[in-house]
Design a protein around this ligand. Sequence first.
Ligand code: SAH
Length: 234
Amino acid sequence: MSIHIKPIGIIQTPYKQKFAIPRQPGLVPSALGTIFFENEFNDPNYLRGLEQFSHLWLLFNFHQTADKPHSPLVRPPRLGGNKKQGVFATRSTFRPNNIGMSVVEFVSIEQKNKQLSLVVRGMDLLDGTPILDIKPYIPYADSVPQANGGFAHTAPTLMQVEYTAEANEQLLYLQNNETNLKTLISEVLSQDPRPAYQTSKEQNKPYGMTLCNLNIQWRVVENSNIVFSVEKIN
Ligand code: SAH
């Protein structure tokens, strides 16, 4: 049996590459994303009543890794990247059917030039991710306070993020009123985006990521991320 699925929309997010995207939703609350609906779903009736809910489930397609093979065992970053778990015992992106699910915060419904869009906050999705479905988050049924979260029971510890004087100056120059860039960068880097197997070893090595239209570079010194360059990509 095979099932055909048609995306209902595409999400636009600050995350232009897989590297440095938070590993679960809610970890970077200042990141805003906008779902633009496909023609067939470009009708506000589909969203009527959605604004009553503070949070939503997004079901989506891990489109960037969809053509990669999956195997029964994966190495979750939370286990240091060297211990294997069954793929169905993880939230790995490399899985049969490539379906992702994330709880995000509802922000607003917009309509500009007949294009309907839905703004959400805190997603862990790559820019351009196809959205398959949206459902309201229902606390009484979806939240299980006594649940055991296995190897990922608690949120990861956060790293400190500091800026060199030069990076601060660059930020001041680039800052627009829509997003607080520094907060966004700090929230992303506090998650320690380095591959799990590297974290204990590499010191002083420069890392780079693209966020919105910015190229951000930092170094890890002891347990801090030191941002030394924030540049606009032309
Ligand atoms: N909360 C989701 C995703 C967990 S994995 C779930 O449990 O299903 C989160 C990672 O997915 C991110 O760190 C990013 O590296 C990856 N990711 C996000 N969007 C993606 C996409 N469209 N294609 C491939 N990988 C993606």
